[in-house]
Design a protein around this ligand. Structure first.
Ligand SMILES: Nc1ncnc2c1ncn2[C@@H]1O[C@H](COP(=O)(O)OP(=O)(O)OP(=O)(O)O)[C@@H](O)[C@H]1O
Ligand SMILES: [Mg+2]
Length: 302
């Protein structure tokens, strides 16, 4: 069932010049991971992985513990250089992708955990997520430099609008440390959205959330997908099945399936990967639950 990125998506590029790495082009496009291999010493964490996410699409990346999901996320975010393979964004090859280049390329991410600045208010945290150009206005305003009031006001308005959208406007003036964890996660998401990304990468956004909060998160992700592509690495099968248009399944670093939620949840290869052996009568949700508990435990210990 695996989809084959065809490498011809340059035809759909909206860019007008420059290279993908300079961040000059913005607008929707396809993100391709093409034949990516990552080795840690003798261990192959990703083995010739190819997948893609199209504009406006929510792609779920799932797989049992140790399947390579976080490694894949780290490759797409530029934290890990693959040993082999290429990344393409809007049809153009990304060379030497580094995390600090992401925002300029129109790609935002939230990491596991929240990572907010304790000494800044919620609103300032969201504003601090802006690209360096927008931020120049923000910091020069903070230093009382002239000519930056308009930029700062625009950025502040944008940050406030996003917080309002995510139902967190009422905590804009608070410090993150005093807020419940689910609210902190919403703030972290707002910070990722302040650059109005074309691709949003979410690494286990549901970790630590209750079921009501997870439903809200699902609605938020669906709502966002009207404006951007979303790649969702997640253990919570119910969320993944509900919000994803398509799901790519990894196991031992390889893509073992790619299809709609309905296709994936009944795919015997996927069931076998989650269940290990034959698995008896347990379904994929129950099997994924076991995996998720292990990951949540790890997450809490981190
Ligand atoms: N920095 C590293 N050094 C060595 N091995 C690593 C490193 N990071 C990951 N691995 C190994 O690579 C494999 C894939 O790990 P990864 O964290 O990507 O899996 P995962 O699918 O995210 O798992 P989980 O569901 O438990 O979060 C595992 O065998 C893991 O032990
Ligand atoms: Mg992981």
């Amino acid at each position: 069932m695996q989809g084959e990125p065809d490498g011809t998506s340059a035809a759909t590029s909206t860019r007008t010049g420059g290279t993908a790495s300079d961040g000059a082009g913005r607008g929707p496009g396809r993100f391709d991971v093409d034949g990516v291999t990552v080795r840690f010493g003798g261990l192959t964490a990703l083995d010739s992985v190819s997948l893609f996410v199209d504009p406006g699409e929510v792609l779920g990346v799932i797989g049992p513990n140790g399947a390579g999901k976080t490694t894949l996320f780290n490759v797409v975010c530029g934290f890990i250089d693959p040993n082999e393979g290429v990344l393409r964004w809007r049809g153009e090859r990304l060379e030497g992708l580094k995390p600090h280049k992401l925002a300029g390329l129109g790609i935002s991410r939230t990491l596991q955990g929240v990572g907010l600045f304790a000494g800044m208010t919620v609103l300032e945290n969201v504003m601090a997520g802006a690209t360096s150009r927008a931020k120049a206005g923000f910091f020069s305003a903070a230093l009382g430099l002239p000519g930056s009031d308009k930029d700062e006001r625009a950025l502040r308005d944008r940050a406030m609008a996003i917080l309002t959208d995510l139902g967190a406007a009422q905590v804009a003036g608070r410090y993150p440390g005093a807020l419940p964890y689910p609210v902190q996660k919403r703030v972290a998401l707002a910070r990722a959205l302040v650059n109005e990304p074309d691709l949003l990468m979410l690494d286990e956004p549901a970790a630590g959330l209750g079921s009501d909060e997870m439903d809200e998160l699902g609605d938020t992700i669906r709502h966002l997908s009207g404006r951007m592509a979303v790649m969702l690495v997640e253990h919570h099968m119910d969320l993944v099945m509900r919000v994803c248009d398509r799901i790519t399944v990894l196991d031992f670093g390889r893509v073992i399936a790619n299809g709609t939620p309905a296709q994936v949840r009944t795919d015997p290869v996927v069931l076998a990967a989650y269940l290990g052996d034959e698995g008896g009568n347990i379904d994929i949700d129950a099997a994924a639950d076991v995996q998720r508990h292990a990951a949540d435990k790890q997450h809490k210990e981190a």
